[in-house]
Design a protein around this ligand. Structure first.
Ligand SMILES: *Cc1c(COP(=O)(O)O)cnc(C)c1O
Length: 367
């Protein structure tokens, strides 16, 4: 008997459940005669700003573009270095290189896998324009402590919220805690489009003005190219319309993700540590576990029809695109990279599938 595997993700399920609405939205945009920066785009920007509790949101073409433009907005002729973590898929590093900036890596905490604030102070100086703090796997990092270190030095804090949209603290939503925040609407994100998309949030009016120009040719008015480093990076009308429809569904999807991870945590053997995703400061983007024996665990799960992945296997400072540069020592980042496995976690997983993952996990040696 062949059993259908539990997929790592299946984007088609949400689309099928929403097909009537999505067709209606598509039809309305198609026949509107307006395809870029129209009414849906403006409405989505303001609805997301309200949701986050910030003054401004700007739609852009992707999460990586959001990072690149946010970095460009913080850089000056003398501040040309971005500090970030090396365990978050290299998106910020890729964006910094595209912006012509240097990257300096900070280690992460063993407990949370997010930026280790205790290692940060030594990395900051007057050449740093921004610290990019990634809310990895959906969990908010300690932005307040990072800001306390950065503010006196004139360094901006950029929250990378690509994995954490909807996460909140008593002080406010993730995305409202730094100077700038970046978002991705890549289809697998918690708020996914049906194509590429991204956004930048800020409550700083000056940064907002600068970003308006940077995302559209450096324009400060139609056909007035004022700022250099400008790009064309726009969120199209169709994606904005889909995102408006999906934003009100986000919180329920995030709650389902947290519940799935809680089930895994209940049944995991002693040899597998499920990173907790319990409170509202975590939106369960990925269900990540730690183990001494990654290949053995992945084989065990695969034999029971459970698909897994690794986020991310190679730290940024070991990637080939930085081969020419001095390699820092990041002991925690390096150790964790060899210990992580991601389990299926998306809102449309059925209870039966979650049960199958649990059974497979529970039967792994180490109870
Ligand atoms: C997905 C992701 C990005 C990049 O988003 P794209 O829209 O794919 O460019 C950036 N940062 C993190 C942490 C991500 O997970």
């Amino acid at each position: 008997m062949t059993v259908t595997p539990v997929p790592f993700n299946d984007l088609g399920r949400a689309v099928h459940a929403q097909l009537g609405n999505l067709r209606q939205i598509t039809d309305a945009v198609l026949t509107s005669g307006w395809y870029v920066h129209g009414t849906h785009h403006a409405a989505f920007e303001s609805e997301l700003a309200d949701y986050l509790g910030v003054s401004h949101v700007l739609g852009v073409a992707s999460g990586t573009d959001a990072l690149e433009l946010a970095m460009r907005a913080t850089a000056t002729p003398t501040r040309r270095t971005v500090v970030t973590v090396a365990n978050a898929g290299a998106y910020a590093t890729c964006a910094a290189l595209a912006a012509g900036l240097d990257v300096r890596f900070c280690d992460v905490e063993a407990e949370t896998h997010t930026l280790d604030v205790n290692s940060l102070a030594n990395l900051l100086d007057e050449g740093v324009c921004a610290v990019v703090v990634t809310h990895l796997y959906g969990r908010l990092a300690d932005v307040e402590r990072i800001r306390t270190l950065c503010q006196p030095l004139g360094i901006r804090v950029i929250e990378d919220c690509a994995q954490s949209l909807g996460a909140r603290t008593p002080q406010g939503m993730g995305g409202s805690l730094g100077d700038l925040a970046t978002f991705s609407f890549y289809p697998t994100k918690n708020l996914g489009a049906l194509g590429d998309g991204g956004a930048i949030a800020t409550s700083d009016d000056v940064l907002h003005e600068q970003l308006l120009a940077l995302r559209q040719y450096g324009w400060t008015g139609k056909y007035r190219n004022t700022i250099s480093g400008g790009r064309n990076s726009r969120l199209d009308e169709l994606q904005a319309a889909y995102l408006r429809f999906r934003l009100p569904l986000l919180d329920a999807g995030n709650e389902r993700r947290r519940q799935i991870i809680a089930r895994y945590a209940e049944v995991a053997p002693r040899t597998v540590r499920v990173l907790p995703a319990e409170g509202p400061n975590h939106v369960g983007h990925l269900a990540v576990v730690e183990t001494d024996a990654v290949p053995a665990l992945r084989d065990h799960l695969a034999e029971r029809g459970v698909r897994t992945d690794v986020h991310y296997p190679t730290p940024d400072h070991h990637q080939e695109f930085l081969a020419g540069q001095a390699r820092p020592s990041l002991p925690v980042t390096e150790r964790l990279a060899g210990r992580i496995v991601s389990l299926p976690c998306f809102p449309e997983l059925t209870d039966d599938e979650v049960g199958r993952v649990c059974a497979a996990l529970a039967s792994y040696p180490g109870r």
